[in-house]
Design a protein around this ligand. Structure first.
Ligand SMILES: [Zn+2]
Length: 184
């Protein structure tokens, strides 16, 4: 073989393309990052984090639940009780939507959305319309709520796989560690 042959033309050979399937380590790693991101939320009752990753495993964007820009970010802005217009609910931006809105890509078929909580019905629609291929979530706190059931139907109807991998750490322990580390 001459040195020229080092650049042998292999264009006609079958090329092994990495499949977008994730390993448990990869899932656990991205969910851990999403969990760290979630703690940027100033919502005193619920902190959710989300990431959009591409087929090569790069993080394209991240998001956390927050009030829409310009609104009162103090705890008063995160009220849960009382008349709907006075609560946080109409004004909240979900972590998933935050991550999707800051993701520049237009074709996200090979992309994955990692989130610390199963998406709601509103985010499920955004995930589907944006063309995300797969949703990986850490927790599923409201499996029997209508918005969660609707979200599952929306994702399934569009063929978006949603899965909840097991992770080798406790989300509550990680949250407590991060909060403790912040105080020091
Ligand atoms: Zn949502």
């Amino acid at each position: 073989m001459t040195s020229m042959m080092a650049f042998e033309d292999k264009s006609n050979e079958a090329v092994e393309v990495p499949t977008p399937g994730a390993s448990m380590e990869e899932d656990a790693g991205f969910l851990l990052i999403a969990l760290v991101v979630s703690l940027r939320s100033r919502d005193p009752s619920t902190q959710v984090g989300a990431l959009v990753t591409d087929a090569c495993g790069h993080i394209l964007s991240s998001g956390f639940n927050r009030l829409s820009r310009g609104l009162d970010e103090t705890s008063a802005g995160y009220r849960r009780d009382g008349a709907w217009l006075g609560t946080k609910y109409p004004y909240m931006l979900c972590a998933e939507l935050d991550a999707l809105l800051s993701c520049a890509g237009s074709d996200l078929r090979d992309h994955r959305l990692y989130t610390t909580l199963h998406p709601c019905h509103l985010c499920a629609k955004a995930i589907v319309e944006k063309g995300i291929g797969e949703v990986v979530y850490l927790e599923d706190k409201y499996p029997d709520k209508d918005f969660r059931i609707a979200a599952g139907r929306i994702l399934a109807a569009a063929g978006v796989k949603a899965r909840r991998p097991s992770v080798p750490w406790s989300a509550d322990v990680v949250r407590a560690l991060i909060r403790a580390a912040r105080r020091e």
